[in-house]
Design a protein around this ligand. Structure first.
Ligand SMILES: Nc1ncnc2c1ncn2[C@@H]1O[C@H](COP(=O)(O)OP(=O)(O)OP(=O)(O)O)[C@@H](O)[C@H]1O
Ligand SMILES: [Mg+2]
Length: 406
């Protein structure tokens, strides 16, 4: 991946004396102090981040923290006070009006919360609007509008009027309009926030599906953490105009940078975010060529009543319980190959805990976790899942495998 957008030391001060505020920012003073002393509002306070090509980069934070200001500085709908914004390596803060217009038209498109559809225009004519302004010939612009309407699932609705559409469908028209230019970058400001919860989830799914096909670079603003976790490849937390944390959804949940982020994370449905690898524990295992004595040793060391058996390439063969082992020893067996292994299912390290819960509920055995090459990576027990859901994740305190077969 390569950087599509690079934001460096971005500052936006609202007010008539930005200079004074800027020098206070340089001294590290807070938004509050600066407002009290100068009356200037710091919208964005020395923010730097990079958005990779094809990434969905979510910007999160409380109302008034500066999300929209950051987004609008990316295409200079709001003029940054200082700092730079590079798109494909080109610093757009240095562009003249004409060049800037080209970047806006060709590279970026915006989708807002309240999408102002023109009531007397059909869906199609609302969708072509941007192209019309640019002077794209009628036939061409309508062809492109039809294509993007089809992409967002609105074919058949071209000739309807906005008041015949539901909120979700109106938002789809907004998305279609943004897509008509085939922009590399989509800037979405609370695009789904006005929708009913179910429709909202539908739109999130739709966006993810579209993104698989389109591979745009998307900067998506929301104040809803579950939305951020669901669609974000990375999430940036903003507080009082400053970036507090930029991490993957898993990291946000497992390692919130401070109390502000932790506050958002509290109460989140961890089962939708955590992965098998986040809750799995170390697993003692033996290979098919080991002797039975080794099986007993591993079980004793782990305080366990069973052990995973793998082949030479670490691929899972099954489970051996202590009961089987002791019976076999009594019967004079020495090799593991002679014994019958219990066949167990395995999940990938990337499996969501939500799915793990369903599988583990049906089995008394620990659940094997395998990596992308199908090698045993660890295992998950009921108590580890419960601990993770209760917010006690973290590698240190994941319970180790505790086999109970009876
Ligand atoms: N045109 C403006 N003039 C003066 N202050 C502004 C202006 N626009 C925004 N601000 C201030 O800048 C700060 C950031 O506002 P911004 O709209 O970026 O917040 P936000 O995170 O998008 O909030 P919300 O979630 O409510 O949309 C706020 O303190 C706001 O009052
Ligand atoms: Mg906003």
């Amino acid at each position: 991946m390569s950087a599509k957008i690079e934001v460096k030391n971005l500052v936006k001060v609202f007010g008539s004396q930005p200079r004074k505020a800027l020098s206070m920012i340089e001294k590290g003073m807070s938004k509050e102090q600066i407002l009290a002393e100068t009356g200037q509002t710091v919208g964005v306070n020395d923010v730097s981040f990079t958005v990779e090509t094809g990434e969905i980069f979510v910007v999160m934070g409380l109302s008034g923290c500066g999300k929209s200001t950051i987004l609008r500085c990316l295409n200079r709908l709001i003029e940054p006070s200082s700092g730079s914004v590079l798109i494909d390596g080109q610093d757009i803060t240095k562009l003249k009006a004409r060049e800037l217009r080209m970047v806006r038209q060709n590279k970026t498109a915006m989708v807002f919360q309240q999408f102002a559809l023109l009531p007397h225009r059909t869906v199609l004519h609302n969708t072509v609007y941007g192209l019309e302004v640019q002077g794209v010939p009628k036939e061409q612009r309508e062809k492109r509008a039809r294509e993007s309407l089809a992409m967002v699932g609105l074919n058949g609705w071209e000739n309807s009027y906005p008041d015949e559409l539901s909120g979700g469908m109106k938002q789809r028209v907004g998305l279609a309009r943004a897509l008509t230019n085939d922009p590399d970058i989509l800037l979405m400001d609370e695009a789904f926030s006005a929708l009913d919860p179910l429709i909202r989830e539908e739109m999130q799914d739709e966006l993810l599906k579209l993104q698989q096909a389109m591979n745009k670079t998307i900067v998506f603003i929301t104040h809803d953490l579950s939305e951020a976790l669901k669609i974000g490849d990375r999430i940036a937390f903003v507080r009082d105009g400053s970036l507090v944390q930029v991490s993957s959804p898993e990291d946000i949940i497992n390692h919130p940078a401070d109390a502000y982020v932790a506050n958002f994370v509290r109460g989140v449905e961890r089962s939708k975010v955590l992965l098998a690898k986040d809750v799995m524990g170390d697993t003692g295992s033996i290979t098919l060529s080991d002797e039975l004595g080794k099986a007993i040793q591993v079980m004793e060391e782990g305080g366990a009543a069973g052990v995973f058996v793998i082949d030479r390439d670490s691929r899972l063969q099954g489970v051996l319980t202590s009961e089987t082992v002791f019976k076999a020893i009594k019967a004079g067996a020495v090799s593991i190959r002679e014994l019958e292994l219990i066949q167990v299912s395995a999940v990938s390290v990337e499996t969501k805990i939500q799915e793990v819960i369903n599988i583990i509920a049906r089995s008394k055995l620990p659940l094997a976790v395998v990596d992308n090459e199908n090698r045993l990576a660890g295992s998950i027990v009921h108590s580890a899942v419960l601990a993770a859901l209760a917010g006690k994740g973290g590698e240190e305190d994941v319970p180790t495998t505790n086999w109970t077969t009876g």
